[in-house]
Ligand binder design. Sequence first.
Ligand SMILES: Nc1ncnc2c1ncn2[C@@H]1O[C@H](COP(=O)(O)OP(=O)(O)OP(=O)(O)O)[C@@H](O)[C@H]1O
Ligand SMILES: [Mg+2]
Length: 435
Amino acid sequence: MTIRRLPETLINRIAAGEVVERPAAAVKELVENAIDAGATRVDIELREGGVALIAVGDDGSGMSREDLVLAVERHATSKLPDDDLLHIATLGFRGEALPSIGAVARLTLISRKAGTDSAWALSVEGGQLGEPIPAAHPPGTKVEVRDLFYATPARLKFLKSERTEAAAAIDAVERLALACPSVAFSLTIDGRSVLKLPAAGSGESARLERLVAIIGRDFIANALPLDAVRDDVRLTGHAGLPTFHRATGRHQYLFVNGRPVRDKLLGGALRAAYQDLLARDRHPVAALFIDLPPGQVDVNVHPAKAEVRFRDAGSMRGLIIGALRHALAAAGHRAASTPGIAALAALRPADGAATGRLDFAPPRPSPIRLRQMNRIGFHNRRDRRLPPNRVPLTRVSPWGWRGPSFTTPISSPRPATGSSLSISTPRMSAWCSSG
Ligand SMILES: Nc1ncnc2c1ncn2[C@@H]1O[C@H](COP(=O)(O)OP(=O)(O)OP(=O)(O)O)[C@@H](O)[C@H]1O
Ligand SMILES: [Mg+2]
């Protein structure tokens, strides 16, 4: 057995296994590149679930002829100017997305650098690099990926149905669109427009507009605004009422410094916060935005960049659980002090923009949980998480249960305020130029 150095194409193919696991991952990488390039609009087209074609066009900074050649080279990036992995301010930084895609598909980049009058096109097919040729294109970049995984047939076999792959791609675009309300997005699949999001500007109203566009008016009408700070960490966003639950956790949108993440710690904290309020097989809907100094979080955990490690994981978990429980307890109090629908209607945004159906389907505990709860009779009377002046009054009955309603014998009921957000995400606004 001899040890040998692998050829570059094979190295890229191996890396591609983790970076572009499925079409949605390639879509995510290309849209992230557009956002990092300061685009104000991103247009995405897919065919056959993204396998036949993924095209992403942007009006960002564009690339020169030399940039194009470097862009498809492994570990070449413009995003780590100081070699500093501790203060990553962009969505990409590893310099491997384009070479990975080029290793397993037919990749074409057409780009014109802003401020210049010539555009260039460059192709990479299954790892074979072509020559840059002059092209016609407005300032910005268009990336086309055809026949994804044609060079790695094994991966092709593992793909799910076109529909499932397309759904995953829509989800990836929606998450990035939630992170960047100031960027306009359009998504077309097999000639059908599935997403059209105009630029929403910046600030809290823009984020709210995106949340409504993506998760729906129902969500805002059934959600509690969050704004909590612990040390340097800030949590903002909206958390759905326990009555607004779903069968899967797909509708949980988590962002760390403007990056969409799927993180076990954050997901676990969210689950823990609703633990006593939802049946085990039901999931809350939430959009949580966490902002903290970049040095306190490591995003370089996995090539897909969807996982993060917090320096102080315990404190992060505490912040999320505490903020959510506090908001939920306050809402329970409000629901108890104002009759039914009126209390929840009061949760709508102050501008009255959100209207729509209020979902009151009560979460059903499992039969075992129901038995346990009935044995206790009144649920969780000694819950130390409650403020000292609140007494839990959750009553459980065999024909359903009522979400917790809290009375406060001491203070008078708090007025129901409109849904308000105060967000400060300096790095996010740096990426998402406000158009
Ligand atoms: N749409 C785009 N507009 C302008 N420049 C781009 C675009 N896409 C890619 N680039 C340039 O090509 C480089 C390589 O892109 P690639 O996605 O491979 O790596 P990256 O974004 O730096 O890091 P990562 O692998 O984490 O995504 C980028 O650093 C950027 O300079
Ligand atoms: Mg990238």
